[in-house]
Design a protein around this ligand. Structure first.
Ligand SMILES: C[S@@+](CC[C@H](N)C(=O)[O-])C[C@H]1O[C@@H](n2cnc3c(N)ncnc32)[C@H](O)[C@@H]1O
Length: 268
């Protein structure tokens, strides 16, 4: 039977999203809620006294945390599972309107768009790292630089201001961070800076002399493969913090910021 590679890719990406920790965690909370609903139903049928609501809330968190560990979630999901049900109870007790929940969820989804698929959440490059990046750019000629997953646009805005001779692009696929970066750019209006809405996997890296990223361990092997295939000789890949297993960087720059940032540099 002939295979359709496009369908394979779609189903692979769908199953990757399903296996993402966020989806597993939501599944654990739902599983715990179903289990407790069944237990509550059985209790109602019996003559036993009804337990107080706070006991259900504690059991919901504990059961979800246990299911999460069983499903292979990291230990730091345990406090999240434990605090979510009491937090919902507190919010309910505060009498907030019901629309708060879908709106809050939608805002989180618009910011953490890539947490489930690419497993890259939003955190930002700090000012010291902007400076270190500016020092890594070749000074003797104009360069074209791209920030893969540009978040709120801080890297592009800083570098475009400090290197007016060079061209900067930020590409971002999470809707809300992209809109914020775009709005910040409307204020500063650097002519040498562009923010694009899109998926960096669909971007040709050959057009850029310097490719910067601050992602997570998950996409690094695939990104390095893409960089080796597309980037031109003499260009530079810089990854904030995250390395590539089996491909040590040509140079590392260690910063004495609170985060202990390391910039990993590969010269193509
Ligand atoms: C850790 S943040 C870094 C933000 C910014 N580069 C900085 O250093 O301040 C990573 C960003 O990459 C974005 N991202 C993840 N996968 C992406 C993809 N395939 N295409 C575009 N953006 C992506 C995320 O939405 C997130 O905003």
């Amino acid at each position: 039977m002939a295979h359709d590679p496009h369908r394979l890719t779609l189903s692979a990406s769908f199953s990757r999203r399903l296996r993402s920790p966020v989806i597993v965690a939501v599944g654990c909370q739902l599983g715990a809620a179903l289990g407790l609903a069944a237990a509550a139903y059985l209790l109602r049928l019996s003559e036993l006294p009804r337990p107080p609501i706070w006991l259900f809330v504690i059991m919901q968190g504990a059961l979800a945390a246990a299911l999460g560990r069983f499903a292979g979630l990291a230990w730091w999901w345990v406090p999240l599972h434990l605090t979510l049900p009491p937090a919902v109870l507190v919010v309910q007790a505060a009498g907030l309107p019901a629309w708060i929940y879908p709106v809050g969820f939608a805002l989180l989804a618009l910011v953490f768009w890539n947490s489930a698929g690419d497993r890259v959440p939003l955190y930002l490059t700090n000012r010291r790292t902007w400076d270190a990046l500016a020092r890594l750019l070749p000074e003797d000629r104009p360069v074209r630089v791209i920030d893969l997953g540009s978040g709120l646009g801080g890297v592009g805005l800083y570098l475009a201001g400090s290197r007016p001779d060079s061209q900067f692009v930020g590409i971002e696929s999470a809707p809300l961070p992209f809109v914020i970066a775009w709005a910040r750019h409307r204020i500063h209006r650097f002519p040498n800076l562009t923010f694009r809405y899109g998926d960096f996997w669909q971007t040709d890296l050959a057009e850029h002399d310097v490719v910067y990223c601050f992602l997570s361990p998950e996409p690094m092997p695939k990104l390095f493969e893409k960089a080796c295939a597309e980037m031109r000789p003499g260009s530079m890949l810089i990854s904030n913090s995250f390395q590539v297993p089996g491909a040590p960087p040509d140079e590392t720059v260690e910063l004495d910021d609170r985060r202990g940032t390391t910039l990993n540099v590969w010269r193509m």
